[in-house]
Design a protein around this ligand. Sequence first.
Ligand SMILES: [Zn+2]
Length: 289
Amino acid sequence: MPQNVSICIVFLGEFVKTINFIDQNPHFDLLLSLTHNKNLLVIMGKTVIVSGAGLSAESGIPTFRDKGGLWEKYDIDEVANFCTFYQNKPAVFRFFNEFRRLIKTIEPNHAHKRLALLQEEYGPERVLLVTQNVDDLLERAGCSNVLHVHGFLTEMQCLACGHVWDIGYEPCALYSTCPGCEADDIKPNVVLFNEVAPRYRDMYALVDGLQPDDCLVALGTSGTVVPVAELVSGRQCTKILCNLEPCYTMQEDVFDHRFYKPVTGAIDDIAVHIEDILEHKAATAENSI
Ligand SMILES: [Zn+2]
């Protein structure tokens, strides 16, 4: 049994617990004795997939800086900047109301659906999805437990009490109030420029938990906002990159496998890598018992 591995315990087909495991663990012998129970399967290895705008671009959602449609009607530095949020609040609300209406008309693409299949196959506790996208295309494709580090477009948040609530694709009136505390100090639950991103802490914890038997996939992200390459540089896990083309903001030699093509064109090959890693690790764990 290798040292320092993350294992996932499944009992009678139900996920029980993930343990970061070292062989000096005082429960080592107990754990090994438990695994002799034929109903208990110990599975090793997980995949963390960090996605960015490139994942949803092929569904028709342009990146913020792209020209075209909704984005040309607004100055993005004005409507998505927390420093000027209160002075620009009417424009901010109009922009996000239109953005919400836009995503209602957009469908998940093959990559969103393939990620959902991976979760269905291995479970959301082994296929962990982190996205910088604020759309709901992963959820609509069937994914679960998605960590939206930049917020979620179909939600509003109260800056007075912290309450977050779902509004779907509906517009939010400027003087709406919080259903929790009735304050009117509300905003779309999307992290604006110059605003703290509280879910980064969860993302860092996931990256910190990567073990040699795990896999990290950077999917359609330039690394400009979240420096994925720097985060995983030096970690022993398998690292996979997919971007449309090389970019100076992503240190490519950090990655073991690189795909320079649209995400929908690369996702099937990436899924094969992920399946190989997850299934090989499962077999290794069973063989080692
Ligand atoms: Zn409130």
